[in-house]
Design a protein. Structure first.
Length: 196
C-alpha cells in the first residue's frame, strides 16, 4: 500500500510546477485582457455615435459609415451588411459575426473557470507536504507549503474575477452589436418589401 501512496504522491508533486506555470500564464493573459479592455473603453463614444447613425439613417447609412469607425470590431461586418443585397447572405454574415463573438467571449469564460480551478489544485497539492511537516514537527516546511497553497488560491480567484468582469462587459457590447446588425437586416427587409 505504501508503494501506491508514494507513486500517487510523486504524481501530484510533479503536477505542482505545471500548475503554477499555468496559473502564471493565466494571470498574464488576464492582465493583458484587462489592459486591452481599458484601451477599448475609449471607443465607447464611437460605438454610441455609430448606433445613433444607424438608427437614424438605417440602410441609407452606407455612405456615412466611414473609417472613423474602423477601430470597432463590428465595422467590417457592418459595412458588408449595409452593402449586401441578398437577405440570406446578410443573415450568414451576422451569424458568422455571432460565432466569432462567441469565440472572443470564450477567452473570458475560460479565465473565469480555469483560474479558480487551477488555484484550487495549487492549493491542494502542497497540503500533503504541509501536513507531513506538521506531523514531523517541522514548522518551517509547514509554513512554506501553506504560503504556496494560499498564494495559488488568491491568484486563481483574482484570475477568475477578472475573467468574469471582462466576460460581462464584453457580452453586453456583443449583444448591442448583434442587435444593431439585426436592426439593419430588418430595415433592409422592410425596404425591399415596400419597393415591391
Amino acid at each position: 500500500m505504501t508503494l501506491i501512496q508514494q507513486f500517487l504522491y510523486l504524481i501530484t508533486s510533479g503536477l505542482m510546477i505545471p500548475c503554477v506555470a499555468y496559473l502564471l500564464f493565466l494571470l498574464g493573459q488576464s492582465l493583458v485582457a484587462a489592459g486591452q479592455q481599458i484601451h477599448q473603453k475609449r471607443f465607447h463614444r464611437q460605438r454610441e455615435s455609430l448606433t445613433k447613425l444607424i438608427k437614424s439613417e438605417g440602410v441609407n447609412a452606407t455612405d456615412n459609415v466611414d473609417e472613423q469607425f474602423a477601430v470597432l470590431r463590428i465595422y467590417d461586418v457592418l459595412t458588408q451588411v449595409l452593402q449586401c443585397k441578398d437577405k440570406a447572405l446578410c443573415s450568414y454574415l451576422i451569424t458568422e459575426f455571432e460565432a466569432s463573438s462567441d469565440r472572443y467571449l470564450n477567452r473570458f469564460i475560460n479565465m473565469a473557470k480555469l483560474g479558480p480551478i487551477t488555484g484550487l489544485v495549487g492549493t491542494l497539492i502542497p497540503m500533503g507536504p504541509a501536513l507531513q511537516g506538521l506531523a514531523d514537527g517541522n514548522i518551517q516546511q509547514l509554513a512554506a507549503q501553506m504560503q504556496i497553497a494560499f498564494t495559488t488560491t488568491v491568484i486563481g480567484l483574482i484570475i477568475g474575477a477578472i475573467g468574469l468582469i471582462l466576460f460581462q462587459m464584453n457580452k453586453r457590447e456583443v449583444v448591442q452589436e448583434l442587435a444593431l446588425l439585426d436592426f439593419i437586416l430588418d430595415r433592409k427587409v422592410t425596404a425591399d418589401e415596400s419597393t415591391k
